[in-house]
Design a protein around this ligand. Structure first.
Ligand code: KG4
Ligand code: ZN
Length: 329
């Protein structure tokens, strides 16, 4: 069964063809990052227009590079949320019309579930249950899946998402947008032990996250020390270390507490090299199996949408595809 996946929830226009929920025949991703960079973040209305301009050609390229014909497509899957409402509507309207024109089923996919599914797409040996950590520009979510379509949320952020913290601190340090890759690059030349930034805990819930105090601590550090000169690489490295420490330790605590010795990651922040390095070292120490998708399956992509869409259509998990910008896990 070949599913055409479409993803337009934020600033990537992506289309993919996935066979049997596993084999990626194509995964075309057109990033708008160069359009939004000069504004220092994603501008929703500009994102919608850019999706509208490129969606048709991106879908064409995905079908062509998969080496199939339109008649070979058995179903269509599209991200229905969470995301920017205008951006979601471009993908959903296109997918709806496309599925109708070929008379094939349409599956609406939760973008966060798709980030979890990216692990099943890239790793044949992965079994359930597993603990997942989804860390992106908009979300920080920790939970457990015991089966496809089943998501138990253990914790989320009470303020900024992990990626949002990278983006905001990058702005404070004058490193540009998107912040994650910029901070990672500069941090490589710095000392992560230079400043002991706070690792916040949230009262009453051991699996919740809070990053806004960390961002404020960086701001105060800059204000107090800018006259005497700032060691930007070491500030970046110390900030990155604080975020990584919190994400890794809380995930491992959950794995140990629930007795589930498999951890999977997803979302743009899972591209971070220090996060990958610390996760792999600490999972190793705790005999936890770690799965991290390749970079292009961590960031927003339509292959994860097509993969999960296959399961939804095949198992009859749900049929709703109306846009929901605030869809929860
Ligand atoms: O999953 P994603 O591509 O889009 C959303 O759904 O948000 O994640 C984008 C986020 C941005 O905040 C970006 O700064 C962050 O992922 N990011 C990183 C890295 N690459 C992307 N954060 C830390 N280190 C990276 N290497
Ligand atoms: Zn995402």
């Amino acid at each position: 069964m070949k599913i055409l996946g479409i993803e337009t929830s934020c600033d990537e226009t992506s289309a993919a063809v996935v066979s049997g929920g596993k084999r990626i025949l194509s995964n075309v991703i057109s990033s708008q990052v160069d359009i939004h960079r000069r504004f220092g973040g994603v501008v929703p209305e500009i994102a919608s227009r850019a999706h509208l301009e490129s969606i048709e050609s991106i879908v064409d390229i995905a079908i062509q590079s998969a080496g199939i014909r339109i008649a070979d497509i058995d179903g269509v899957a599209v991200t229905r949320g969470p995301g920017l409402i205008g951006a979601l509507l471009v993908g959903i309207s296109f997918a709806e019309a496309f599925a109708e024109s070929i008379n094939k089923p349409l599956a609406g996919v939760n973008h966060l579930h798709a980030h979890v599914y990216a692990n099943l797409l890239s790793e044949d040996s992965l079994k359930m249950p597993f603990i997942w950590l989804i860390v992106s520009g908009g979300h920080t979510l920790l939970g457990i899946s015991r089966d496809i379509g089943e998501y138990e949320l253990l914790g989320t952020t009470v303020d900024d998402a992990a990626g949002e913290a990278f983006d905001k601190v990058s702005k404070l340090l004058g490193l540009g947008y998107p912040g994650g890759p910029a901070i990672q690059k500069v941090a490589a030349g710095g000392n992560p032990l230079f400043i002991n930034f706070p690792r916040a805990k949230v009262k009453r819930n051991p699996y919740f996250f809070s990053f806004s105090g960390l961002k404020t601590a960086v701001l105060y550090y800059i204000k107090e020390n800018e006259k005497s000169g700032l060691d930007i690489p070491s500030i970046a490295a110390s900030f990155q270390e604080a975020v990584v420490d919190v994400l890794v330790s809380r995930t491992i605590e959950a794995s140990v507490k629930y007795g589930i010795n498999r951890v999977v990651l997803g979302g743009g922040v899972a591209c971070n090299s220090r996060l990958r390095e610390k996760f792999s070292a600490d999972c190793g120490k705790n005999s936890i199996e770690l799965f991290i998708p390749p970079f292009d399956l961590c960031t927003d992509n339509a292959a994860m949408v097509a993969g999960l869409g296959f399961e939804i259509i095949n198992r009859g998990l749900n049929a709703g595809f109306h846009a929901d910008p605030n869809l929860k896990i």
